[in-house]
Design a protein around this ligand. Structure first.
Ligand SMILES: [Zn+2]
Length: 254
């Protein structure tokens, strides 16, 4: 059974009801909803960030979601990785996520890759969402997206704090994740698995990633290199300025 809306197929009655709160918005409407339905998004990492990203993009009707994560569900994940249940222990995260997201929205297609991210997997997506927690994966995703001109939305969280940065590589612009992570002492690549993290901070950052993806898909995103930081302990958001590194080995020659 395929309930996926293809390019010019009008929305069904059920889809009109399902997406009515989008359709009511002047800057989305049926045309915007069709854009979402025709979009392909890759989510790399189905942990504390990838779970809310997946849930919101599935619910919003993003037509194809590809999920990449080699890990299996562990008990210690359940404090923050809201797609998984007790019974999912030892199952691949992407398999459990695929099941849950398909239940949220049967009109979308969900594809699972229970593997490490590789350059070969990053092809022809409208946006890549980096929800990983290690530097090597981030660097690989950033370099691939920059090379293939795919917009990238990257986030991380540690303790009470979260950080997001987004790039529209669809035009030949310098400034990429590599420019920033090499210098920033509050490095966005720190790993939360051995330092602890507040679950809802991941939820806040994942929601912001999903919002940013929707902005990109609808054509509203203009701030290449936009960075935002959230401190959950004092309840504050901050916008940060980022700068290209002329000597960046990823984008410096762009
Ligand atoms: Zn760079």
């Amino acid at each position: 059974m395929s309930a996926i809306t293809s390019n010019d197929e009008p929305l069904s009655h059920d889809q009109f009801m399902r997406y009515s709160r989008h359709l009511l918005m002047d800057d989305i409407g049926e045309e915007g909803q069709q854009k979402l339905s025709n979009s392909r998004v890759l989510i790399v990492g189905l942990g504390g960030l990838g779970c809310p990203v997946g849930l919101y993009l599935a619910a919003a009707g993003v037509g194809q979601l590809s999920l990449c994560d080699p890990d299996r569900v562990e008990l210690s994940n359940l404090q923050r990785q809201v797609l998984y249940r007790d019974v999912d222990s030892e199952q691949y995260k992407v398999s459990c996520a695929e099941r849950e997201l398909s239940l949220v929205n049967p009109y979308i297609s969900v594809i699972s890759y229970p593997t490490e991210i590789s350059a070969e997997l990053i092809q022809d997506y409208d946006v890549v969402v980096d929800c990983t927690d290690n530097l090597n994966a981030r660097q690989l995703i950033n370099a691939c997206c920059q090379k293939k001109k795919i917009p990238l939305v990257s986030a991380s969280a540690l303790g009470w704090e979260g950080q997001l940065v987004a790039f529209d590589f669809s035009q030949n612009r310098t400034l990429c994740l590599n420019c920033i992570v090499n210098k920033d002492s509050a490095d966005p690549v720190l790993n939360c698995s051995n330092s602890g993290v507040i679950g809802p901070v991941l939820g806040a950052m994942g929601s912001l990633q999903a919002t940013t993806v929707i902005r990109i898909l609808l054509g509203f995103f203009e701030q290449h290199g936009e960075m935002q930081r959230y401190d959950g302990k004092i309840g504050r958001w901050m916008g940060l300025t980022t700068q290209a590194d002329k000597n960046c080995e990823v984008c410096g020659a762009a």
